[in-house]
Design a protein. Sequence first.
Length: 284
Amino acid sequence: MAATATWILEGKRPGAVVVRMERLYRRQLRQLASAVERAAKGDEGAADEYVSLWSELGSSVLERLRASRPDAVLKSATGELLVVEAKREPIEVTSERLLLAAPLAPVSAWVAMEGLRRGLGLSLLVEIRQLVPDATPLLPTSGLCVHWETPERLRTALFLIGRAVVGRIEGRSGRDGGGAALRRIMEVFALDKTDTARLFSVTRQALEHWRRYGVPADRQAKLITIFSIAELLEKNLKPGVVPGVVRTRAPAYGGRTMLELIEADEQDRLLESVRSSFDWAVSA
């Protein structure tokens, strides 16, 4: 296994890498693609299934990598696989980081390049490589377009899968609904508590209650939409520029900023705009 796992971090050609991935995980990738297609039709159980399959596949790839690179991946006392960063400290949020990538994988550039089944596999590998300091980066071809049957199917898939991811992360950590996604939004947009409370039109005290006890069910849809926007921007812009981008006024938004659109409850429109702004954007 040690000799055959180097492609996980070192393969330079996406096409060759995904052939290896599919050879080893054909059944899992087929199941992932099927779950996404069913989630897009409103099947909540399929969204949960997709997240479980994504997590299991990530663990399987990391276990394979650990056999050949024990310096890069270790197993904790609880059995969780952790990536070791450059400073030789384990990244304790390895599983959470991989889960947070799950909702956007179906609309990634990799899906545009290789189709849903192979594209999901490449999306997962790219996330793993981003966790390992010396891994060879993989870059997609620009100017591609991911086609979905309808925009509604796309929104349904993003929402249901995003909610399933949030539920899984919160279930693992013992917290209730939405805390992980809320923290991720604050991190990517560089928001303090006051800024974040303003996005949801609540007080700082209410936000703190959410952070401790969970985001209310009637705010979950907005939370997942903002989370999807944050992840899209983070993955497609240069490091460190997202906070400035979301605070820049744009003619396309009537002279408002992205944050101001979210405050005005126009986050669905913003998500569509952000997706379409990239070369590989989803076509309606």
